[in-house]
Ligand binder design. Structure first.
Ligand code: UFG
Length: 319
């Protein structure tokens, strides 16, 4: 079976993807510097604690590897606006080091974690993949720049890559003990669940957006469906498929208040909230047109119904 290097495999989406790669029969090696991921998310025999900037270390790790799935990156939009250098150095500098190591080791297949944030505030919703890049944050810009670099490396190095542009990853794999544990947590669903248990109100950022209830609309994709999109992308590359980019979302949007109500139903508790001003950099509506991924790679969202997402996230919070 092919042997895959998963960078950032101790993080939320990385660990759950590594779990599904193993279930699909792949051999998995994880590289993570544990700066944002957790040792408990990876079996000790698979974990290599290494920084992305350690090109020599990565080159050694890449011996015998057939493909790389590259998650390792900083992901907080707000933090990236306060510390852009950190984001450019880690997300761009770190990825360049990995790409250099891959070139040295002769590894020519890559699945790359990109983001809906590359589109900024798009003109057309649902967003197709050919919408222009117009990121609103250094985080989104760091991912857009890497996607462009991958285009050049396809042409001049024969590197075949698939960029997956995630919409709002959420949910968990409670049976595997894997789920969202960001420090500090900024994502809506875990914060709603915590407000439900603690009784401390969550701030709802903006109630005057041009949406039916005035709150932002997002495309929430269950992390299992997201993980399986990586397996499909890898299969495409292993079968000799060419470079491409795909949105990973459901095509359906939910407002912040709809998600809040879903959490109230699932937990059978009230979620206290206060109305706060809009958060900088938030687009009113981000919904994926993900038909390309469905058509080309035969992927389908299977667990991304909002109720199911909230149920799995809740079970993880309770574990
Ligand atoms: N929200 C609140 N209160 C909170 C937290 C969030 O009202 O305490 C709102 C946000 O304003 C937004 C929605 O809930 O309208 C979702 O916010 P998240 O922070 O959960 O997710 P984002 O949509 O901001 O960002 C996510 C990923 C990014 C990615 C982006 C692309 O975290 O990495 O999706 O769509 F770039």
């Amino acid at each position: 079976m092919p042997k895959i290097l998963v960078t950032g495999g101790a993080g939320y989406i990385g660990s759950i993807t590594a779990h599904h790669l193993l279930r699909s029969g792949y051999e998995v090696v994880v590289a993570d510097d544990l700066s944002r991921g957790y040792r408990h998310n990876v079996a000790p025999e698979r974990l290599h604690v290494v920084r992305l900037q350690d090109t020599d270390g990565l080159t050694r790790l890449l011996e015998g590897i057939d493909a790389v799935v590259h998650f390792a990156a900083y992901i907080a939009v707000g933090e990236s606006t306060r510390e852009p250098e950190l984001y450019f150095s880690n997300n761009i500098g770190g990825t360049l080091s990995l790409l250099e190591a891959m070139a040295r080791a002769g590894v020519l297949r890559l699945v790359f974690s990109s983001t809906a944030a590359v589109y900024g505030d798009p003109q057309k919703v649902p967003i197709p993949e050919d919408a222009p890049f117009a990121p609103l944050s250094p985080y989104g810009e760091s991912k857009a720049i890497i996607e462009r670099i991958l285009g050049e490396l396809d042409r001049y190095r024969g590197l075949r890559s698939v960029a997956l542009r995630y919409f709002n990853a959420c949910g968990a794999e409670p049976e595997a003990g894997l789920g969202e544990e960001h420090q500090p947590e900024t994502h809506l669903i875990p914060l709603l669940l915590r407000a439900a248990t603690s009784g401390q109100p969550i701030q709802i950022f903006g109630n005057d957006y041009p949406t039916p209830d005035g709150t932002c609309i997002r495309d929430y994709i269950h992390v299992r469906d997201l993980a399986l999109a990586h397996v499909a992308a890898l299969e495409h590359l292993m079968a000799g498929g060419g470079s491409d980019a795909f949105n990973v979302g459901t095509g359906a949007g939910h407002s912040v208040m709809e998600v809040l109500r879903a959490v109230e139903e699932e937990t059978a508790r009230k979620v206290p909230f206060t109305s706060a001003p809009r958060r900088e950099g938030d687009s009113p509506i981000l919904v994926a047109d993900s038909r390309k991924l469905q058509r080309r790679l035969g992927w389908r969202p299977q667990r991304s119904e909002l109720r199911q997402i909230v149920q799995d996230a809740w079970r993880f919070e309770l574990h």
